[in-house]
Ligand binder design. Structure first.
Ligand code: C2E
Ligand code: MG
Ligand code: MG
Length: 745
């Protein structure tokens, strides 16, 4: 250990010596002068020696500290060089020596400094660069030929005159550089893959600013890879924005969500994209991420357009059909719930459309439907929809902006436009429509629920042409009432409170009974008779109709056979089927069983179907009807003219009898159009070998008009109201009307 000069000790020695000399001079005054001279000389010499030794010490101590420093830094786990700018001293620690492959004594390897700094020949500019830079990056090859990169940070340790000692500590970047290269190539690989697969990516950590991948930048022609949430939204087609907003605002995004939407692309046109995205919550080390992939699916969409057309476009009007309305409506409903928006659903019905259809012909009927659809389409606002639900029923979805008058105003404008269509062949017809509306999500727990309420509002105002009626929750009471009714109807079936009444059907040529129609009645224990219109629709909307129809089928067959057994000549028993009965796949078996059980010959059974029922799935209906015909059962088309039908269906449907609806008969004495329709229908039916019957004949004038028009049969109050079995037997027995009278057995 090198001993250090201690100035305090030197001062103490001087003070002690001075005290001794002063003491000696006091006690020996005679020698004081000489002593002081000698003392002064000694002090001067001592000071000189002291100054000289300090100078030497200083000079020597520099190299001493450097050596100490080298010892401390020798085994540091970082590359380190201590160097003097006059190259009188260079120390390279073990870590760096190992890296450079230097085994010899550090001080001999002065060039090692420059190798480590990546410099071949040192010059002042090179040194200045090292000193000036906070992080001087040098690259050199080690003896193994590996490229090493070190970032040096250099600081001055000591300066003595022109000599300065510096310490340079290194941060080895070699591995980091390698990683960066790997990362960059992985990134390149990733971007190329995405480019090849044409998958764009968009990610955000705060949902405000998004980073778009190079492929997405290319696809959408973005100006930069950074895009704000608003900018991205502005690229979404206005009609898809509500679905988009709803989808991304959904809080439950832990699962991958997919939304198909149109985005404005690089060429300025809207293309279809599938946007698959999710939200990844942040962890301690990572930020939350939100975003996903954007894939151009325009081609697939174009392929799907044909399928979509079939599935979602109405053939006649070329606007959306019911399926599309239900799918889009539910999407909008969900978005409304998330975003706090509201939408109106307006359900519209063309007043007396069947009359237009029948008086003006099928093509003209379609023309009216198309034009009505076209008018509706004009009122669609972004995000909304116009659709044809069925027949002459349409729907309009409109965004609500807090204006409660909007639906009424819109319908009035539609009515105005529609009435203007009444020119040429429609000139004599008052073209108008009625509407019911409700608001979502307020007015129901699902889109279908809300739509049902709008339909409910429409029906509740039906009867008055051009009526516009909004849904009121109070209308619900009657719905609740229906559930109550449903419960008591179920009980009534179990308690055998249902009974068949029979209404005679007359052969207009002979004036004799040719058959009866079985019409159901619910006779309550207190004797009240409930008519089918008041409970059949409820039974149809629940599962009760199946039980009712089974009863009607079996009871009708049994009663008819019983009359035959009682000796009455055979007549045709007509029964009514609801749509849900008719679409049962085992219908043929059920009818066959009923016939077998009662031993009734199939020719004495007739099934009545309504046209709307038959047309809701025409192929299936034709198939089902043929099966019944194969059994030998007769088929009648009930209420002909009330639905959206056309005479052309008479060619397709294997019916044996056409029942002209009562609405044509009621005013046939005064309504020329009705008379023309009825005679035309009868003529066409005859040409197709289909028999005709008129419903609702109440007076002799109507009867003779129909006879004149060539109608085969008649049914109505003129001949008799629906009556219980014992009453109709009395009617049979009364003689005159019955074809052959009761046999004498
Ligand atoms: P529908 O099959 O068209 O039956 C004819 C309806 O017109 C009967 O009403 C009958 O009483 C009524 N009617 C007959 N002649 C006249 C007339 O001259 N003037 C007037 N004002 N009305 C007349 P009802 O019995 O109330 O039946 C109504 C509807 O209920 C039936 O119409 C039918 O669609 C349905 N229905 C009746 N029974 C059944 C059944 O067993 N099953 C099913 N699924 N539906 C049934
Ligand atoms: Mg009927
Ligand atoms: Mg009818």
């Amino acid at each position: 250990m090198r001993r250090r000069f201690n100035p305090l000790a030197a001062a103490l020695i001087i003070v002690a010596l001075s005290t001794l000399v002063i003491g000696y001079c006091i006690f020996n005054p005679s020698l004081a002068k000489v002593t002081l001279i000698i003392y002064t000389c000694t002090m001067v010499c001592a000071t000189l020696i002291l100054a000289l030794s300090t100078w030497i010490y200083r000079k020597r101590s520099t190299s001493l500290d450097e050596k100490e420093l080298t010892k401390v830094t020798e085994n540091l786990n970082t590359e380190l060089i201590i160097w003097a700018n006059d190259f009188s001293y260079v120390f390279i620690n073990k870590k760096l020596r190992d890296l450079l492959g230097i085994t010899a004594e550090y001080s001999d390897k002065k060039e090692g400094v420059w190798t480590a700094f990546g410099i071949n020949t040192p010059d002042l500019t090179a040194i200045d660069k090292i000193l000036e830079s906070n992080s001087y990056e040098s690259s050199f090859r080690n003896p193994q030929g590996i490229l090493v990169t070190i970032a040096w940070s250099t600081s001055l340790v000591k300066r003595y005159k022109k000599r300065s000692i510096y310490v340079s500590t290194g941060f080895n970047l070699t591995e980091l550089k390698k990683m960066r290269v790997n990362l960059a190539s992985a990134n390149d690989f990733f971007n190329s893959s995405m480019e090849l697969a044409e998958i764009g990516l968009i990610m955000s950590t705060d949902r405000k600013i998004y980073r778009a991948s190079p492929e997405l930048v290319r696809m959408l022609g973005l100006k930069s890879s950074t895009i704000s949430a608003n900018e991205f939204r502005s690229l979404v087609h206005p009609n898809d924005r509500i679905q988009f907003d709803g989808a991304i605002k959904n809080n439950n995004l832990s699962e991958i969500k997919n939304i198909e939407m149109r985005l404005r692309s690089a060429d300025g046109t809207y293309r279809w994209y599938s946007h698959r995205f999710k939200s990844i919550p942040g962890t301690g080390n990572t930020l939350p991420l939100f975003g996903g992939a954007v894939i151009d699916v325009t081609q697939e969409h174009e392929k799907d357009i044909l399928i979509e057309r079939l599935a979602y476009i109405d053939e006649v009007t070329e606007i959306a059909n019911r399926n599309k309305l239900v799918v889009t409506g539910q999407e909008i409903y969900d978005s409304c719930k998330i975003l706090g928006y509201s939408f109106w659903i307006i359900v519209l019905d063309i007043d007396r459309f069947h009359i237009i259809n029948d008086t003006c012909g099928y093509n003209n009927g379609n023309y009216v439907l198309k034009n009505f659809a076209h008018i509706l389409y004009k009122f669609v606002t972004p995000g909304g929809l116009a659709a044809r639900i069925s027949g002459d029923n349409f729907a309009l979805l409109l965004r609500d902006y807090g204006d409660e008058e909007m639906p009424t105003r819109t319908v009035k404008s539609i009515q105005d436009e529609f009435s203007k269509l009444a020119v040429d062949e429609f000139a004599s017809i008052n073209l108008c429509c009625s509407a019911g509306y409700s608001k979502m999500p307020e007015d129901g727990s699902s889109f279908l629920d809300v739509m049902e309420h709008a339909e409910f509002a429409l029906k509740s105002s039906s009867g008055t042409n051009g009526s516009i009626c909004g849904y009121e929750p109070s209308m619900h009471d009657s719905i609740i009432g229906n559930t109550e009714l449903e419960k008591s109807l179920a009980l009534a079936i179990d308690n055998n409170e249902l009974q068949l009444f029979y209404q005679p059907k007359i052969d207009l040529a002979s004036g004799k009974i040719m058959g009866v129609e079985a019409l159901i009645r619910w006779i309550k224990p207190d004797g009240t008779i409930v008519k089918p219109d008041d409970f059949v629709p409820i039974a149809e909307s629940s599962h009760l109709i199946g039980k009712i129809s089974e009863f009607v089928l079996n009871e009708g067959c049994r009663q008819n056979k019983l009359w035959q057994k009682m000796g009455y000549p055979p007549i045709v028993m007509s029964i009514n089927f609801a749509s849900s009965d008719f679409y049962q796949t085992d219908l043929k078996d059920k009818v066959f069983e009923a016939l077998a059980r009662s031993a009734l010959n199939p020719q004495w059974l007739e099934v009545e179907l309504t046209e709307t029922l038959a047309l809701s799935d025409i192929d299936f209906a034709v198939d089902q009807m043929n099966k019944l015909r194969d059994l030998g059962v007769k088929l009648a088309m009930d209420d002909f003219g009330t639905g959206y039908s056309s005479l052309s269906y008479l060619q397709i449907l294997p019916i044996t009898l056409l029942k002209l609806d009562r609405s044509f008969i009621t005013d046939i004495e005064h309504d020329n159009i009705a008379y023309e329709i009825v005679s035309a229908v009868i003529r066409i039916a005859k040409s197709k070998k289909i028999e005709t019957i008129a419903e609702g004949i109440e007076n002799k004038v109507q009867e003779s008009i129909l006879r004149m028009a060539g109608c085969d049969y008649a049914q109505g109050y003129l001949y008799g109201k629906p009556m219980p079995p014992e009453k109709i037997q009395e009617y049979f027995d009364s003689g005159s009307k019955y074809p052959y009278g009761k046999s004498s057995k």
